[in-house]
Design a protein around this ligand. Structure first.
Ligand code: TXA
Ligand code: MG
Length: 363
């Protein structure tokens, strides 16, 4: 995708706001709003800052997905994130900063290319993996010699960072191996009471995780495609990005099945979707479909979502759509494959991970 949607939530329609013909009513009414979900007003942000200072974890919105944050300067606080997520402790987390000038506290030597990217795309959905400063704890870096840094643009994340005055370590606020949350309710669904406050800033504008570029050896490498497209990054860098090989710096988020729904999901080319549905119907299987251009057959009565046709809106709704289809308790999820262009790269990446087999590693 080349266009970065604005930071404010609600710039795009809410998932589910578009008509979803054939989507059956939920089996049970939605659970009541948990008490730890609070509107992200000034008082709630002040409370979250107090909790961060006390070494606790808080969930907060960013323009990409919700994050589960802790004081990045305190290893014991960062370890609580891993406990809440059920994530292995040697996986690195991104440090969120209010401003790029704070880079000096967390990194040693920022390559010119990284400076250019920071200048052009921060605040925004870009993470830079850079050589770490000596004082950065292994709890943050997973014991690696690099640290991932991001300056987010979401107003709530910015207010939280400004008032906290330090780095906030935050992975996506989902259980290990599950889909990233793009609403406060998703966070509550995954993490429940294990987090004392979930700041509700509405649905995330981007909807998929940040683009990650590593500069471990001065050579820019794309570790994870995201909202900021490779072509835009290359234009600013004035050179081509390398793409990962097996020797690339470890990024557990790039392991297979990282973004997987519980129901087995399969990618199907648009031209084959109707035939596939007919076959599964013969076997009496309940199917949940994420379509984009293919129309719902009149006789189809299971869960069906028409995803937006443009990449930014598709990404915005993607994880909410996958969660909704997962909740349909179908035997299988079929996902209409998306186009091959660069603007769909990050979405193809997430869809491919969502449709990998059960035996793959999960982060
Ligand atoms: O959009 C995002 O990046 C969201 C929001 C909350 O900022 N965060 C996020 O964090 O997606 P997480 O932990 O779910 O994914 C970050 C990815 C992981 O795959 C992690 O391994 C990788 O970034 N990462 C972090 N630090 C790294 C490092 N020093 N070297 C290589 N990979 C790193
Ligand atoms: Mg994650």
């Amino acid at each position: 995708m080349s266009a970065v949607p604005p930071a404010e939530p609600a710039a795009l329609s809410e998932p589910g706001a578009s008509p979803t013909p054939g989507f059956p009513p939920a089996a049970s009414p939605p659970p009541p709003q948990p008490t730890n979900v609070v509107d992200a007003d000034e008082a709630a942000i002040a409370r979250a800052v107090e909790l961060l200072r006390a070494g606790e974890v808080v969930a907060f919105p960013t323009e990409t997905v919700y994050g589960l944050g802790a004081d990045a300067g305190r290893a014991e606080a960062v370890r609580k994130i891993f406990a809440a997520k059920g994530r292995p402790v040697d996986h690195p987390v991104i440090v969120h900063l209010h401003q790029a000038v704070e880079l000096a506290n967390w990194t040693r030597g920022v390559p010119v290319g990284a400076q250019k990217l920071a200048h052009s795309f921060w605040p925004g959905p870009l993470t830079l993996v850079l050589p770490r400063a000596v004082n950065v704890s292994d709890a943050v870096t997973g014991g690696q010699d690099t640290v991932g840094i991001r300056v987010p643009s979401h107003p709530v994340a910015r207010a939280l960072l400004a008032e906290f005055g330090g780095g906030i370590a935050a992975p996506s606020a989902n259980r290990f191996g599950r889909i990233s949350p793009t609403t406060a309710q998703h966070v509550a669904e995954d993490l429940g009471d294990s987090v004392s406050i979930i700041l509700d800033g509405g649905p995330c504008a981007v909807g998929i995780e940040s683009t990650i570029i590593a500069f471990a050896d001065d050579e820019p490498m794309l570790l994870r495609p995201g909202a900021i497209g490779a072509a835009d990054l290359e234009r600013v860098l004035g050179r081509a990005l390398r793409v990962p090989t097996s020797a690339a710096p470890r990024a557990p988020g790039t392991l297979a099945a990282h973004y997987a729904p519980k129901t087995a999901a399969t990618l199907v080319p648009p031209g084959a979707l109707h035939a596939e549905l007919e076959q599964l119907a013969e076997r009496d299987e309940a199917i949940a479909v994420l379509a984009r251009t293919v129309t719902r057959p009149p006789e189809f009565s299971d869960a069906w979502i028409d995803a937006p046709t443009d990449p930014a809106a598709y990404a915005h709704d993607l994880y909410a759509n996958l969660r909704a289809l997962d909740h349909a308790n179908a035997d299988a999820i079929l996902i209409e494959a998306v186009p091959a262009g660069d603007e769909w790269l990050a979405i193809r990446d997430r869809l491919e991970r969502a449709t990998r087999g059960e035996d793959d590693d999960r982060d």
